[in-house]
Design a protein. Structure first.
Length: 156
């Protein structure tokens, strides 16, 4: 069992260090080699193409650019299509009808999509989106859950 423990007595996860020890080792390396890492970074950005530099800089300019690239990359939709979907749902979650509030992370719309076909199904609140994820998008599991809840209410 001793070989599963790092020098500090923590349980190893990658053969050499536990997560905490690895994190500390990485931090110490970055601090010790700050000048070297900064020089590498400057060299990298000096040598990248103009189009790649523009893409990097535009993503850093603001959340709008990040949102745009994320929507396109993850779901294949544009911000305009997202906004149209939001408007078609009257700014409400498609399952629980909770009103979305983009300033709050717990009521910001989540793009729900089929993981097999990647087709966007609608916008959900984070709770409903997580709930569907927990049921692995299975209508059988959801039906069983509904029956379970009905049975528990009937027995009271």
């Amino acid at each position: 069992m001793a070989e599963d423990v790092c020098r500090n007595g923590h349980i190893r996860e990658n053969g050499f260090h536990c997560k905490e020890c690895q994190r500390n080792a990485n931090r110490k390396y970055r601090e010790k080699n700050r000048d070297k890492r900064n020089a590498q970074s400057r060299e990298y950005f000096r040598n990248i193409s103009d189009s790649r530099r523009e893409k990097y800089n535009s993503a850093r300019r603001g959340k709008v650019s990040i949102r745009e690239s994320t929507l396109k990359r993850r779901y294949g939709i544009t911000p305009d299509e997202f906004d149209a979907l939001l408007e078609s749902q009257s700014n409400l979650c498609k399952i629980c009808s909770r009103r979305f509030d983009s300033s709050s992370t717990d009521s910001r719309p989540a793009v729900d999509h089929d993981h097999k076909t990647h087709r966007v199904r609608g916008l959900l609140c984070p709770r409903c989106n997580a709930g569907l994820g927990q049921f692995m998008d299975s209508t059988d599991f959801l039906s069983n859950a509904i029956e379970y809840l009905k049975d528990s209410h009937d027995s009271k």
